[in-house]
Ligand binder design. Structure first.
Ligand SMILES: Cc1cc2nc3c(=O)[nH]c(=O)nc-3n(C[C@H](O)[C@H](O)[C@H](O)COP(=O)(O)O)c2cc1C
Length: 180
């Protein structure tokens, strides 16, 4: 059987340090992962062994053919405050955002793990953007415990600890559940 295609969009927050674990979890569950980092995520990827997972950065040139197959599912891990709001507002001015906007528009399965401290999450755009994504069918996963019914912003200074305790199986489970 052919593996399914999973885009892993990675934003610039400490949970990006667990992308290699996401690649392994995807492969173990029968997915071919393609890593699509934002520019801000790149420093977190520098020291990680992503195996043979393609890392797609920047836009292709008009002459280049499409670089990756269409996605069967998209995971956004972590999703920063910035990307959350840009995605929900239909801002498509980078490759990761264009990918996310197209996935939402096509109603491709999307699972996102918002990762932002209380100060950012206190901005009214946080709730508005989450509501837009949920309305469009995105599953929102709490980075603290994998819950999809509650979402806790981070206490300042806890990003590395929360990233360390995160389980990629929470995301894979939601991707499989939303497939049924
Ligand atoms: C060390 C560090 C930690 C950061 N942690 C977070 C975070 O947890 N959540 C968040 O929304 N932004 C965080 N940021 C800020 C984002 O990286 C910044 O808003 C960036 O523009 C996000 O771009 P992106 O959404 O394209 O990845 C952090 C930045 C740095 C340098």
């Amino acid at each position: 059987m052919t593996n399914r295609t999973l885009y892993i969009v990675v934003c610039g927050a400490p949970l990006a340090s667990r992308t290699a674990d996401g690649v392994k979890a995807a492969r173990a569950n029968g997915w071919d992962p393609y890593v699509i980092p934002t520019d801000a995520a790149l420093p977190w990827l520098a020291d990680q062994d992503l195996g043979d997972a393609p890392v797609i950065t920047g836009n292709r040139t008009p002459e280049q053919p499409k670089r990756i197959p269409p996605a069967d599912a998209v995971a956004v891990v972590p999703m920063t405050f910035n990307t959350l709001n840009a995605w929900a507002n239909g801002n498509a001015n980078t490759y990761p955002l264009t990918t996310l906007c197209a996935a939402l528009g096509a109603r491709t399965r999307t699972v996102a793990v918002p990762f932002a401290k209380h100060d950012l999450a206190g901005h009214p755009a946080w709730f508005a953007s989450l509501a837009v994504l949920r309305y469009a069918g995105t599953t929102i996963v709490n980075p603290h415990d994998g819950s999809t019914s509650s979402l806790e912003p981070l206490n300042s200074g806890t990003g590395i600890d929360v990233a360390g305790a995160f389980h990629w199986s929470w995301v894979m489970q939601q991707i499989e559940d939303s497939a049924t």
